[in-house]
Design a protein around this ligand. Structure first.
Ligand SMILES: Nc1ncnc2c1ncn2[C@@H]1O[C@H](COP(=O)(O)OP(=O)(O)OP(=O)(O)O)[C@@H](O)[C@H]1O
Ligand code: SF4
Ligand SMILES: [Mg+2]
Length: 441
């Protein structure tokens, strides 16, 4: 995140999305998974994309990566540094996807091939997109593993995904996403499947890398707490539409949309009295095939009236041109929540998890027994850090998973395939005329 950067500071935004629609042709009819979404991301900026399950977050970001399902019809405009991506020939698009735009998924095994060694998986896209030699790509693969905090990267590079812990596998997929130095990195719930301390480490890693490289980033999460302290702007999605978009601090201080208000009330916070503990949003989103008009949140909104039920609200700036919301009866300006409060609240919840994890580790007498104990009143940053360190030690020293006959057979098959490929590649390279050799006249 670069808090000093302003999307409007650059004439050509890194990403400019206009009226993007992803409509799915399902047996029940057209499902409007993304229905007319517009936003921009400046160079070096981070956008948090939040919303409940089914709101269209993944369909949106997948369409930016060119990996929509075959039943999807995509329309509108997506420009990367001014160049249109919607409707361009597949070959041209491939040069962008995986190269200039890269993605990290929730489940690392979505991107990792279980029977191919880590180094080969990393070098593949570098060789394709960057035209690197095998040796250079392998060196870079080890450097990338080091960059994402994998201990003994040379050793790990030669292993298979099943030989790594979940957190390490996610680090490998981040290394893969970074392999071609993308301009835009998309992390779609990249930490949701990880335990809470590892989740925090991976989010910190993404944030550091984004800042170091000055990349644009889209951080997708159903959890406002995850994006609160890590983004420049937040876009809230509901039922395939964007309902609020604002600089992060302003969203928390002056949220306008009733759905954002409800999402915020659902964030677990241990720093508030019991009667203000998280309030899950009652009801569920509408069916995106049959939903017709009005505000999609109306059936769940306590402020809904006849206007809400019949007229679809459009994104409007209420005073601040950078803060847009689509609500007929917005929350009064002057909400009191600061982003830091929400972030802090989530940290407190994390501490509780971390304490539980540390206690479980203690009883199992693993090699983290030397990690300092966390106290019952673990609410200080130092204690969070201690718990994280313990988790890091655990990750680094995690015994390698026991190989099942299936995984070892697959690995053997993979080894044989790798060796055959290596030999074929070496032969092909030998057969190529070398630039240093004298070519007979
Ligand atoms: N392959 C598919 N076929 C049919 N409908 C789909 C398909 N993929 C997604 N959908 C539907 O599209 C809508 C948007 O889904 P999407 O996966 O984008 O939601 P999401 O916001 O990413 O949710 P989550 O937080 O659970 O990941 C949902 O109604 C979902 O059921
Ligand atoms: S438009 Fe109406 S129903 Fe929709 S969120 Fe606003 S007040 Fe609620
Ligand atoms: Mg999703």
């Amino acid at each position: 995140m670069d808090r000093n950067k302003d999307a409007s500071a650059s004439d050509v935004p890194l990403l400019e999305v206009e009226d993007l629609k992803v409509h799915l042709n399902t047996p029940r009819g057209t499902l409007k998974a993304v229905d007319g979404v517009s936003f921009r991301i400046g160079n070096g900026q981070t956008l948090g994309l939040v919303g409940e399950s089914g709101s269209g977050k993944s369909m949106l970001v997948r369409s930016l990566m060119g990996i929509s399902p075959s039943i999807a019809k995509i329309s509108g405009s997506v420009k990367l540094s001014g160049a249109e991506l919607v409707g361009i020939p597949r070959k041209q698009a491939r040069a962008v996807w995986g190269n200039r735009v890269a993605m990290v998924f929730q489940d690392p095994m979505t991107s990792l091939n279980p029977v191919v060694r880590i180094d080969r998986q990393l070098t593949e896209s570098m060789r394709e997109h960057l035209d690197m030699s095998r040796a250079d790509a392998r060196t870079r693969a080890v450097d990338l593993l080091k960059l994402v905090g994998i201990p003994e990267p040379e050793k790990r590079a030669k292993q298979y995904p099943h030989q790594l812990s979940g957190g390490m596998r996610q680090r490998v997929t981040i290394a893969m996403a970074l392999a071609c130095d993308p301009d835009l990195l998309i992390a779609d719930e990249a930490t949701t499947a990880l335990d809470v301390t590892v989740q925090r480490q991976i989010l910190d890693l993404l944030q550091e890398i984004q800042a170091d490289r000055g990349m644009g980033m889209i951080l997708v999460s159903h959890d406002l707490g995850v994006v609160a302290g890590r983004t420049d702007e937040i876009a809230v999605m509901y039922a395939g539409r964007m309902v609020e978009h604002s600089p992060t601090q302003d969203l928390f201080a002056h949220r306008r949309h009733r759905y954002t208000e409800a999402l915020l009330a659902a964030v677990p916070r241990l720093d508030v009295p019991k009667d203000q503990r998280p309030r899950p949003i009652p009801g569920s989103p509408p069916d995106l095939v049959t939903f017709k008009g009005g505000c999609a949140f109306a059936a769940r909104c306590t402020a809904a009236d006849d206007v809400c039920r019949t007229e679809r609200p459009v994104m409007t700036a209420n005073g601040n041109p950078r803060h847009l919301s689509a609500c007929h009866h917005p929350v009064a300006v002057g909400g009191e929540t600061e982003a830091a409060e929400v972030e802090g609240a989530v940290k407190t919840a994390e501490v509780e998890e971390a304490v539980k994890a540390a206690e479980a580790e203690d009883t199992e007498a693993t090699d983290v027994s030397e990690a300092p104990e966390t106290s019952e009143a673990a609410d200080s940053t130092a204690e969070v850090e201690e718990a994280e360190e313990a988790a890091e030690v655990e990750e680094a020293d995690a015994p390698e998973p026991v190989e099942t006959s299936e995984t070892s057979e697959a690995a053997e098959a993979g080894d044989a395939a790798d060796e055959a490929d290596d030999e074929a590649e070496a032969e092909a390279e030998d057969a190529k005329p070398s630039l240093s050799k004298e070519v007979p006249a």
